[in-house]
Design a protein around this ligand. Structure first.
Ligand code: DOR
Length: 435
């Protein structure tokens, strides 16, 4: 079976047809048009399948909040065809058994590719290194290592982790948070935290770790990736390291591109996240940094939590927000509608660049003939107020409920299989295009 997408706006802004056959993009001139299923893509933007380098799928151990299958429904709804699953599961993804289980559950769902992230330290305890090489050589083929949720605070361990990663062309993704500066921290440290009586998380706790790690990565000749950069100060540290030639990449989350600490005034646990929401000056600096390439990618930090975990008093509530379903709309609002990035830029920060950092093949020639057919059709003119029904994962801890966002994901193909049709996630992907 062949699918023809007619009149889509592709990355340079040019309008053309795309054709999918046998899981790959083929030349539309080469197909039998009469036998093809035709999808009218007029007015829609075609993007390569989105890649999220930072997703919490919670399985194993946190199935009340999310499973691999439910997380992949959320991913598909948001236009993602590949997600990297964080290692802070129960048990932790520090053994081949766990990463292989997560990988297999992803294959069973078929809605998107799951790449398990391996833990840097055993049990995320920051005491001794996990067997990184064994995780890399496992059937899951781990290429990204992270203790996310925890900082690898010990400099010697971080140095050794970077050295091991370099030997296998993997990357260490650091959750940069100096623990001794953030004990009990609930929100950004500043005038507002003092006013609200909540313990503060100072910006320097992030930048100090990134500065140290940049020096360690330089020493090891290794690739360092900085998770969820949240402050202008960290942007400056990353910028200086890049200028020196350090192999450093960085991500920003959608929520840090749009929301400010002011939301915490109502003590609503929905706005509690780690790193915390920051003042507007930081938000603007993050947008500029994403536009000028200092920050390489957007990653969701999709962090589902069961209702009880978020409805507690602010100081007891869990950190984290879901983000897969709303990421593209938030990035459209904060980057496209502000004139900071065009759609080709969106494809870079949400697909090509994260795939390159994670060494995920098949995304290096987006929408070009011969590439795997990971395709998203987005209606950029749509506007929708986010409701629980738009959230396809198991948890609804979104800060965007009730918020109007631009754009709507209309159709998605993952390796030529249709996973979203007219905005609806297909229970089992259409197998018509399976290779
Ligand atoms: O807000 C967060 N939630 N930040 C993290 O680093 C971890 C994540 C989680 O796992 O819930």
């Amino acid at each position: 079976m062949t699918t023809l997408l007619t009149g889509a706006r592709v990355l340079g802004g040019e309008v053309r047809d795309l054709a999918i056959h046998d899981g790959a993009l083929v030349d539309p001139a080469s197909i039998d048009r009469d036998a093809a299923e035709v999808v009218d893509a007029a007015g829609l933007v075609a993007l390569p399948g989105l890649v999220d380098l930072h997703t919490h799928l919670r399985q194993p151990g946190g199935e009340q909040a999310e499973t691999v299958a439910s997380g992949l429904r959320a991913a598909a709804a948001g236009g993602f065809t590949c997600v990297f699953a964080m290692a802070n599961t129960t048990p932790v993804a520090d053994t081949p058994a766990v990463v292989e289980q997560v990988h297999r559950l992803g294959l069973e769902s078929g809605l998107a590719t799951v790449r398990p992230i391996g833990a840097v330290t055993v049990g995320l305890r920051g005491e001794r290194l996990a067997d990184m090489l064994m995780l890399h050589r496992s059937a899951a083929g781990v290429t990204v290592f992270s203790d996310d949720g925890h900082c690898v605070a010990d400099a010697e361990l971080m140095r050794r982790a970077l050295e091991h990663a370099a030997s296998m062309d993997a990357v260490v993704a650091q959750h940069a948070q100096e623990p001794s500066l953030t004990r009990g921290a609930q929100m950004h440290e500043g005038a507002l935290s003092a006013e609200l009586g909540l313990a503060g998380w100072p910006a320097v706790a992030e930048a100090a770790v990134v500065a140290r790690d940049a020096l360690l990565a330089e020493l090891a000749g290794a690739r360092l990736h900085v998770c969820h950069v949240s402050t202008a100060q960290t942007v400056e540290v990353v910028r200086a390291a890049k200028a020196r030639g350090v192999r450093i990449t960085a991500e920003v989350t959608p929520h840090h591109l749009l929301l400010t600490e002011e939301l915490v005034r109502g003590y609503d646990g929905r706005y509690k996240v780690n790193p915390p929401l920051r003042p507007e000056a930081d938000v603007l600096a993050l947008r500029e940094a994403l536009a000028d390439g200092t920050i390489d990618i957007v990653a969701t930090d999709h962090a589902p939590h069961a209702p009880e975990a978020k409805q507690a008093a602010f100081a007891e509530a869990a950190f984290g927000m879901v983000g897969l379903e709303t990421a593209l709309g938030v990035v459209q609002q904060s980057m496209v509608e502000t004139g900071l990035l065009d759609w080709a830029g969106i494809a870079r920060v949400l697909s090509t660049a994260p795939a390159a950092i994670g060494r995920e093949p098949g995304y290096d020639a987006p929408l070009e003939v011969g590439s795997p057919a990971h395709v998203v059709l987005v209606d950029p003119a749509a506007r929708r107020t986010i409701e629980v029904g738009h959230l396809r994962g198991r948890s609804a801890n979104s800060p965007f409920l009730g918020v109007e966002l631009p754009g709507e994901v209309r159709h998605v193909w993952h390796a030529g299989r249709r996973t979203v049709r007219d905005g609806a996630v297909l229970a089992a992907p259409d197998a018509g295009e399976a290779a």
